[in-house]
Design a binder for this molecule. Structure first.
Ligand code: SF4
Ligand code: SF4
Length: 311
């Protein structure tokens, strides 16, 4: 059975990638499962999608723990624990990363036994947050690496899955997919199918016996206030709002009211202050600030600036 996981950010088309690859396998005569898995329902949040394909009936369900192929559309996710990119990878796994860096660099960074290949990131993409057509590129590269899907079947699958889009968009996806397919064709068949999993090998978790309690105890209702302060939603943020106090006019009833997470405080001097532990980076405040005193910068850039200031 082929077990393939696609990792990307919400909005980058990983669900579409899994659907295209799933349709292609199906057209090639395979039994198929494909499904996306979302964490935070938010553009930019890490998501993954997976595909199982086999000549036999597939009895496995749920997420893929031990992938044969891991495809990473956005290399900024690789080091992010919440994205779970490297979960279950071992010497059997092939990892394909859309990146400007080399496979050697990634092998050293990850210190992994998995084999690593690079899908060379396109130079003409100015805004890497959007990564246009990356879903079709990833699906095509994965199809080539599996070695059982022809170019014609891949193109037919793209036409199936993108049929709701305009002819121009479908055509552009097909062109980009064909290029990715050809780039990987030297490595055709590199993905090795994993063996079947036996239920006899199942190791049950160490269950904890919970006694039955009265409803008001077992069906928790949290009465204590401010418990959400413990959930650091700032860890999700990909873009950081930054206040330019030279422009800020102190109309804090605007930004602090519009912030959906209530994480813009008012300082003693009457000016706003963002709580970065809880700001999730929705950028509503950036849109609402009348004198445009809040700009958004990539979180990575902000962290680099901070570390530069500390050294
Ligand atoms: S809305 Fe803009 S100008 Fe007004 S207090 Fe907030 S940041 Fe400053
Ligand atoms: S980006 Fe969103 S969560 Fe963060 S301070 Fe602005 S409005 Fe609040």
């Amino acid at each position: 059975m082929f077990r393939i996981r696609f990792h990307g950010r919400g909005g980058q088309g990983m669900k579409t990638a899994s659907r295209i690859l799933g349709s292609a396998f199906f057209r090639a005569g395979y039994e198929v499962q494909d499904a996306p898995r979302y964490g935070a329902e938010r553009r930019g949040a890490p998501i993954f999608a997976y595909v199982r394909a086999d000549r036999k009936v597939i009895n496995e369900r749920g997420i893929i723990d031990h992938p044969d192929l891991v495809v990473v559309a956005d290399d900024t996710l690789v080091g992010m624990p919440a994205a779970g990119v490297t979960q279950g990878m071992d010497a059997h796994t092939l990892m394909l990363i859309n990146s400007h860096e080399s496979a050697e660099v990634w092998s050293q960074r990850l210190n992994t036994e998995a084999s690593i290949l690079i899908l060379a990131a396109r130079e003409d993409v100015a805004d890497r947050a959007s990564l246009p057509y990356i879903g079709s590129r990833c699906a095509a590269a994965a199809a080539a690496l599996c070695g059982v899907i022809s170019r014609e079947i891949l193109i037919a699958a793209i036409n199936d899955e993108l049929a709701h889009l305009s002819t121009d968009v479908i055509e552009r996806n097909c062109q980009i997919a064909q290029t990715a397919f050809d780039q990987m064709s030297d490595q055709s068949g590199l993905v090795k199918q994993g063996g079947s999993l036996s239920a006899a090998d199942y190791i049950p978790p160490e269950w904890i016996d919970m006694p039955f309690e009265k409803a008001e105890v077992s069906n928790l209702a949290i009465h204590a206030g401010a418990t959400s302060v413990k959930v650091r939603t700032g860890l999700w943020r990909t873009m950081r709002p930054v206040i330019d106090y030279d422009r800020c006019s102190g109309c804090t009833w605007i930004c602090s009211t519009y912030c959906p997470d209530g994480c813009i405080d008012v300082r003693a001097d009457g000016y706003p202050e963002i709580d970065y532990d809880h700001c999730k980076g929705c950028l509503v405040c950036v849109a609402q600030c009348p004198p445009h005193a809040i700009e958004s910068i990539p979180e990575q850039t902000a962290r680099e600036q901070e570390s530069g200031e500390q050294t």
